[in-house]
Design a protein around this ligand. Structure first.
Ligand SMILES: C[S@@+](CC[C@H](N)C(=O)[O-])C[C@H]1O[C@@H](n2cnc3c(N)ncnc32)[C@H](O)[C@@H]1O
Length: 275
């Protein structure tokens, strides 16, 4: 047991993936859905008032009647609102619980259970969104895969709208460890458990690994969540290689004007029109 614990609790290698994928874990996905649906809890989704604000902005940016694909749509908080605005909307997510909830509560949009890294469309959508900074949770090679698939899935002239965190976010830059006890269970596990948490920084403090190790009476679990922060320049260097043009940059996914001082950054990329 102790050797297993050592192996799970040691500093991970850069981009090491979780031993266990957690989006479809029965307990964790239930906690996650609760977090998405709490209108005032900025955790799995933004506050619902911010989501309203984003959808208002998106409906000014995206021409009426467009076909929109929302990647990592969760339980459909954006997709449902966009469908109500008259768009032809598809939501895609690899949490079965979130997709089931979305299908039950929004019959106008189409929902697909799929890993967006396996997206396989050609010139099918006018706009593709990826909201709440999920881009930065992907490894560099996953980001390359995603960008190439999004580029292919967009119609010429189509938009890819996504946000990322900047270093202005709550970014301590210092490796840290802490632990807590949950005698009645908690977010990560329904059983009584101890939770060992650590943050490690890499690549000049632009990449963070959040490591969570859960010890129950008879089990050990490890979850790793990665996050990369960007500046306008580092994001542009990475995404413009794919043939996209930078249409516009904002402070957030509500379309607030870009100042360079916000904790997020939102890019609107355009796929080139046919000559
Ligand atoms: C932080 S949540 C944001 C959900 C939604 N965009 C929102 O803001 O309400 C991230 C979502 O992306 C989904 N997700 C993460 N990686 C994914 C992948 N590779 N393919 C499909 N969905 C993914 C998760 O299941 C989760 O619902």
């Amino acid at each position: 047991m102790i050797n297993h614990l050592f192996s799970l609790a040691r500093q991970p290698a850069l981009w090491q993936r979780s031993v266990e994928p957690f989006w479809n874990d029965g307990h964790i996905s239930k906690q996650m859905l609760e977090a998405h649906l709490n209108p005032d809890w900025e955790a799995a989704s933004r506050r619902h008032s911010d989501i309203d604000c984003s959808v208002k902005w998106l409906s000014r940016l995206i021409p009426p009647g467009s076909r929109i694909l929302d990647l990592g749509c969760g339980p459909g908080l954006y997709t449902k609102r966009l469908s109500e605005q008259g768009y032809n909307v598809t939501g895609l997510d690899f949490s079965r619980r979130s997709i089931a909830y979305a299908q039950e509560h929004d019959t106008r949009s189409r929902y697909i259970y799929q890993n967006y890294l396996e997206l396989n469309y050609t010139e099918a959508f006018d706009s593709i969104t990826l909201i709440y900074c999920d881009y930065g949770a992907l490894t560099l090679s996953e980001r390359k895969t995603l960008l190439s698939k999004v580029y292919r899935a967009l119609k010429p002239g189509g938009l890819f709208i996504f946000d990322v965190f900047t270093q202005k976010t709550n970014w301590s830059k210092q490796d840290s460890t802490s632990w807590r006890v949950y005698p009645d269970g908690g977010f990560w596990n329904a059983e009584p458990h101890v939770c060992l948490e650590a943050s490690y920084f890499f690549e000049g403090h632009t990449v963070e690994a959040r490591q969570t190790v859960i010890l129950t009476d008879h089990e050990l679990h490890q979850y790793l969540i990665w996050n990369t922060v960007f500046t306008q320049e580092t994001l542009a260097d990475e995404v413009l290689l794919w043939g996209f043009q930078l249409d516009s940059v904002y402070n957030d996914s509500c379309g607030s004007p870009y100042t360079g001082g916000a904790d997020t950054l939102c890019f609107v990329l355009r796929k080139a029109q046919l000559a």
